[in-house]
Design a protein around this ligand. Structure first.
Ligand code: UDP
Length: 192
């Protein structure tokens, strides 16, 4: 059951529970994506029905930040707590390093994803990064093909909101990946 905050349904999960579900989805047949809406997302989703549908269509909808958790509490539908995207990503990376899942990093300025990949591979020994691409491209087709050819299980899509959410919903299935996570500026953090 999801908890509704301004028309977006949030999964009532702890960070640990979210990471466990992410690990299962990464190894499952089919495709799903993860979104981490903050209050700005919700204001935008309130005005934009298509964006709202994309958020609600995610396999996991995580409350990124205290604003959403507070709003849920005020509405009388409390959430267990916040699940920041970057913390979810860290748990998922540890799981992927153990299970040998293949990760593709998409987004940020040219060169950033490569540096992020090198740092993550140091931080999570055994992590398999199967490809990277910057986030300043015009056509989706070549990127979709690149992810497919890399045989990625998981893609971190870091194009900023709402572009990354629309991108995952529109292209995810065609890439053959099992899980995509919309992570905003995380590649800049991982590369720093
Ligand atoms: N970004 C991108 N392509 C674009 C626009 C932005 O790859 O067309 C990247 C940008 O370089 C940054 C990330 O998206 O690494 C997220 O940007 P921002 O911090 O604005 O997003 P937020 O984390 O607030 O969602």
């Amino acid at each position: 059951m999801r908890i509704d905050v301004l028309g977006v349904g949030f999964d009532d999960v702890t960070l640990e529970e979210a990471a466990d579900i992410g690990g299962v989805l990464a190894g499952s047949e089919g495709f799903s994506y993860v979104v981490t809406p903050n209050p700005e997302f919700l204001l935008q989703a309130k005005k934009d029905e298509e964006f709202r549908a994309v958020l609600n269509g995610a396999g996991l909808v995580l409350a990124d930040g205290v604003g959403v958790v507070k709003a849920a509490g005020i509405l009388g539908r409390p959430l267990k707590g916040r699940v920041p995207g970057i913390d979810f990503a860290a748990r998922l990376l540890a799981h992927m390093a153990k299970t040998g899942r293949r990760l593709f990093l998409l987004g940020a300025k040219p060169g950033v994803a490569e540096t992020a990949a090198a740092n993550l591979q140091k931080q999570y020994p055994g992590l398999m990064v199967c490809g990277t691409h910057d986030g300043y491209f015009k056509e989706d087709g070549p990127i979709v093909a690149e992810i497919r050819e890399a045989h990625a299980d998981v893609v971190f899509v870091c194009l900023g909101a709402p572009r990354q959410e629309f991108w995952m919903a529109r292209n995810g299935k065609d890439t053959g990946a099992h899980l995509m996570v919309g992570l905003g500026g995380s590649l800049d953090v991982f590369s720093g």
